[in-house]
Design a protein around this ligand. Structure first.
Ligand code: NAD
Length: 395
């Protein structure tokens, strides 16, 4: 099959196996170049196939030499369609990990379900005994509650009042004004049910019940804060409410894990192009501007640089790392640096369709977006026929 990108709104419905593999290889190379560190031994990553979760799995394996189990929800290829990017990423990740004799097994299915939690516990018991790091990096538009089978959908909306602001269609290069109506109470509650901490707590409770948590267990989940210009749609919007719930859950889990001398931590990460973030209004335009300014300053990072810094310099260190007043680790510190944010505030009003390429790094945004799906990767011949059916070794 000759595989070209097919963009539908903010998603690409095709993915390229060789491009995905090359992008994974580049992340592995980065981690190896940063050097080995004393880190976790047995790691479970929930949401392990793309974005921050994939980077977490790569850093744990190639930075700390850990054994990993990755859980995700991806599509395998058939005769007519390519697999999803996360499927190809994982196929490549396992290949590279196995070549270097690292244990890596994967579970594909709905992480919100009891069945996948049970399957994961069975695999931990069979192969690892216990886990000492659990990374919760799910981003999903919906969740089927495992007890009630109620379907919750998350929405990206402001709360209390409508939001009027600028957003970009990155593929067309058009800056437009959008108006978003405020969420209803039910929409807020549903977003919290999907993207809050409820399922993270269910995982930890189940793993504790099944006695697979090692002494000193650490569990991490990821948050985003961002600048005031995205507050109405992020921090103070429906997703922000879900993240508040995630933080409360971290505090509850932290207390529960004391008996294991463990910890539950939320890390605030940088805004980056991922499948999840491209769906959020306003954020892609902000990211395009942010990329330009951070690249100029030389502080730009991707998921892999972020997570390498998180695990190596902030979690697996002998001194207690700095936290913000909510107890979170802030690896978004370069993004939030006052000089960066002042420039964004000053330039934001001037960004329009006409000034987009001059003022922002919209090209860099687009490039990263294509790369999520294995496209625009240097050295890949996209006119060549490739076999779309790629297996994941452990599945
Ligand atoms: P992503 O879309 O790249 O990854 C989501 C992962 O969740 C994938 O592995 C996917 O397979 C998995 N997943 C989704 N639904 C699932 C289900 N039902 N069962 C099993 N797996 C499922 O997202 P991302 O941007 O890496 O986000 C991960 C976390 O990081 C989120 O909590 C997000 O809010 C946070 N975060 C993201 C950014 C950003 O800019 N992208 C910044 C800070 C924090």
């Amino acid at each position: 099959m000759i595989i070209q990108p097919k963009i539908r709104g903010f998603i690409c419905t095709t993915a390229h196996p060789l491009g995905c593999a090359k992008a994974v290889a580049a992340q592995i190379r980065y981690v190896k170049n940063q050097g080995h560190f004393q880190g976790p031994k047995n790691v479970l990553v929930i949401g392990a196939s793309t974005g921050y979760g994939l980077a977490s799995r790569i850093v744990a394996t190639f930075g700390a030499g850990a054994k990993t189990i990755g859980v995700f929800f991806e599509k395998e290829a058939d005769e007519k369609r390519t697999a999803s990017a996360g499927w190809y990423n994982t196929a490549a990740f396992e290949e590279y990990a196995h070549q270097e004799n690292y244990y890596a097994k994967s579970i594909n299915g709905d992480a919100f379900s009891h069945a996948i939690k049970q399957k994961t516990v069975d695999l931990i018991k069979q192969d690892l005994g216990k886990v000492d790091l659990i990374i919760y990096s799910l981003a999903s538009p919906r969740r089927i509650h495992p007890d009630t089978e109620q379907i919750f959908s998350s929405v990206l909306k402001p709360i209390g009042q409508p939001f009027v602001g600028k957003t970009v269609d990155p593929m067309r290069g058009e800056v437009k004004e959008i108006t978003l109506e405020p969420a209803t109470q039910d929409e807020i509650a549903q977003t919290v049910a999907v993207m809050g901490g409820d399922d993270w707590a269910m995982w930890l409770d189940f793993l504790a019940h099944e006695n697979v948590l090692a002494d000193g267990i650490t569990t991490l989940a990821y948050d985003y804060v961002g600048p005031t210009l995205t507050y109405p749609i992020y921090k103070e919007g429906t997703i922000g409410k879900a993240k508040e719930h995630l933080l409360q859950t971290a505090h509850t889990l932290h207390d529960k894990l004391k008996k294991y001398h463990g910890q539950a931590i939320v890390s605030v990460n940088k805004a980056l192009v991922t499948q999840a973030s491209s769906a959020i209004p306003v954020v892609p335009l902000y990211i395009s501007l942010l990329y330009k300014i951070m690249k100029e300053k030389g502080t730009h990072e991707g998921c892999i640089e972020q997570i390498n810094r998180l695990l190596k310099d902030n979690i697996y260190v002998s001194t207690v790392p700095a936290r913000d007043k909510e107890g979170r680790i802030r690896i978004d510190n370069f993004e939030m640096a006052p000089d960066i944010q002042q420039k964004i505030t000053a330039l934001w009003p001037n960004v329009s369709t006409e000034t987009l390429s001059e003022l922002t790094d919209i090209e860099g945004y687009r490039d990263d977006f294509y790369r999520l799906f294995g496209f625009n990767v240097p050295g890949i011949d996209y006119t060549a026929d490739v076999d779309q059916s790629v297996g994941i070794r452990s599945i």
